[in-house]
Write a protein that binds this ligand. Sequence first.
Ligand code: CS2
Length: 463
Amino acid sequence: MPLLNRTNYRSNSSANPPSYALSDVRIGVLHMGLGAFHRAHQAVFFEHALRGGNMNYGVCGITQRTSDIAESLNAQDCLYTVNARDGAGNQPMIVGAIREATFYPRDVARLLEIAKSPDLRLMTITVSEKAYRPDSDSTLSVPRRIATLLAARFEAGLPGIAVISCDNLPSNGAVTRMVVTNAIKSQGRNDGFLDWVEEQIRFPNSMVDRIVPAITKENIDEFEKAYGYRDLSLITTEPYNEWVIDQDPLSEELGPVGVRFVSHVEPYEMTKIRIFNGTHSTLAYLCQLSGIEYVAQGIVDPTLAPFITRLQEEELSRSFTPPYDLDPIEYACTIRKRISNPTLLHRSAQIAMDGSQKLPQRLFTPANDLLAAGLPTTRITLAIAAWLHYLATNAAVSDPLAPQLQPIARNRDAAAAVEQTLRAEQLVTRVDSALLPAITKWLEKLRCQPVHEILLELERGSI
Ligand code: CS2
């Protein structure tokens, strides 16, 4: 069947193609990290702006590790389908918001041109947690690249823009500001560029939320059969899509398309990172240790489900002060429902990746906060032990710190394994020493008993 492109997209009417003229779209957004999450999340909000007649939100996307995603998007004139699925069926939408897909550094001349354009309004970033690590600051690092693009704008004498991180990190705007300004400082420039960035570039914090599993060949084939065209850049996701940003002048144009602007995004970020992502990571390791492939199966598993609910309700949701307009128990319930969406096929192995970069904000700080408040830490310490056991026992862990952490997590002495792994200097957060004995106790149990048995004993109150 034909590959989706600009000559045939309008004929796929059952997949809700754009009706605006693609040639009218102006590039107002530079986006770093063209993975599935951006295409399912921010690009969809921009698509709604375009569909509402605001032609300022075309995206030029930047891929960095390889040019693969850019090549497959370019083969389809950057058109692709976002298929939102749940038990009620499919809601596909062909997205035209991404108008250019580039590879850095190959296409840097074009990117500098866009950076200097008066049409540019914002830069968005989805590069995953590990790209913000202080030691990732080489000449090829993301902060350096953002600095290079901003420098072109400064040198052209243009006003500042917003740079919005859309990664699941607490205070992601403040962190981005720090890594970008550090990258500039390390260049030793003294031409006023740093002052310009500090005064004119806005780095609002943002909370992003949409479940976007990695696409499979089966998804693509199945979609082709149902809709009559082939889309190699297809995205499968859930209907839910949320973006909350610190108050910013962009609210005028993005507020009407459903982006929420609030005076302090941090409590929303904390709710999302702890109750949703903390649950997700815990579930991923429990599934991995129990041979469960998809988290949608794990969340309804009769042994895992009560553990997860109590982890959310008795621990994660009490580890912080939620936003005034949000009930954490209700929130936790909607998260369980979303994770249980059976059409999503979200692999536990995918979520289990990069634990060393995710767990500090998802589980370590919440555990420390619970301890400091004198609240229960039974389940969160078991979740941390499950990660350590996964690190030690899984041969194919995908994590930038795997080479350092796996050998120490395998120490036969469980107390030493816990102490040395959680004290590794590359981890950005230290778990309080008072929690280590409980984590060790769980790790010892995990080493000699199946996870299901341990969870059953725990819920029966026999441990
Ligand atoms: C997941 C997230 O892979 C992961 O670590 O927890 O990608 C999660 O699906 C999103 O944050 C949901 O908004």
